[in-house]
Write a new protein. Structure first.
Length: 287
């Protein structure tokens, strides 16, 4: 079943969100041009591709740090890990993925926005999704063991799988103002939603959409949420993820890998697809 993962490594365009001391930064990466673009700054490197869900093995990962009044990009020292997901808050960044030999690498953390990382649990798990709530709770979606939760900054983890039919998850998103609500992108059975910090999960409507690659709340309005599918484009919710409707006007590729929205520009939403990056200026209604 890892064929799906292999296909993710040949995307033509990707979108990244990295949050650090300097705040939210949107990064678009073209593997063909080997260019990282962060807001107005452009930086070339010899890597291949990176997004919030997948990094090609061996690709360097860059984090933004502030030195004096200058923002710089610094390579993170995770060279032995294929990083597939990030979650950041203030000066703490979490990374998950797999070892270059294909085994699970667990969750890594740094606490000062520099390239010094420490292993923080789930040592043998393939961690494909991470999210941190406004209450400090961290969630990890694995490929094979469901979802884990940490209430102590990643020091210990507990499985929170009640109500889940899936055990493989490619995306997680926490509500911007209600810490109890979290969305999860199930590999086989669609979007899951919890309203009690993962104590139990329910499938969002409609339940016939499956193979979800990404989920995201609108960072300025938690009533609006998005789900990217493997073959049916982009779905949008106006009730906090309880139900979704297809919104694909202008979207010419139906395989959506990742979704980006910034709280300071709530009307703008970006999706990375197998056919390039698409932008919406009306919160995902049109593309």
């Amino acid at each position: 079943m890892l064929d799906q993962t292999s296909r993710r490594q040949v995307l033509t365009a990707l979108v990244v969100v990295l949050c650090c001391m300097a705040g939210l930064i949107v990064v678009a990466i073209s593997p063909e041009q080997n260019v990282v673009q962060a807001e107005s700054a452009v930086m070339g490197y010899r890597g291949r591709s990176l997004d919030t869900s997948v990094t090609v093995t061996g690709t360097p990962v860059f984090l933004p740090i502030v030195v004096g009044y200058e923002q710089r990009w610094v390579a993170a020292e995770l060279s032995d890990i294929s990083v597939r997901t990030f979650a950041s808050w203030a000066s703490v960044t979490y990374a998950g993925g797999q070892n270059t030999n294909g085994t699970g690498s667990g969750v890594y953390r740094n606490s000062s926005c520099n390239p010094n990382w420490s292993l923080f649990g789930l040592n043998t798990q393939l961690v494909f999704a991470l999210a941190r709530g406004i209450d400090g709770v961290v969630y990890a979606g694995t490929y094979g063991s469901g979802i884990y939760r940490s209430t102590n900054n990643g020091t210990t983890w507990q499985p929170v799988n009640s109500g889940l039919q899936d055990q493989r998850f490619y995306g997680l998103s926490t509500h911007p103002s209600n810490a109890a609500i979290v969305l999860a992108a199930g590999y086989e059975h669609g979007v899951y939603r919890t309203t009690n910090r993962g104590a139990s999960w329910q499938r969002s409507q409609p339940t016939d959409i499956d193979f979800i690659n990404a989920v995201a709340f609108n960072m300025a309005d938690g009533n609006i949420a998005y789900a990217g599918t493997d073959d049916r484009g982009l779905y949008r919710s106006t009730n906090g993820g309880a139900s979704f409707q297809a919104h694909n006007t202008g979207l010419t590729n139906n395989r959506v890998w990742t979704i980006v929205n910034a709280s300071r520009s709530p009307q703008l939403v970006y999706v990375g697809t197998s056919g390039g990056v698409f932008r919406s200026t009306d919160q995902g209604v049109n593309w």
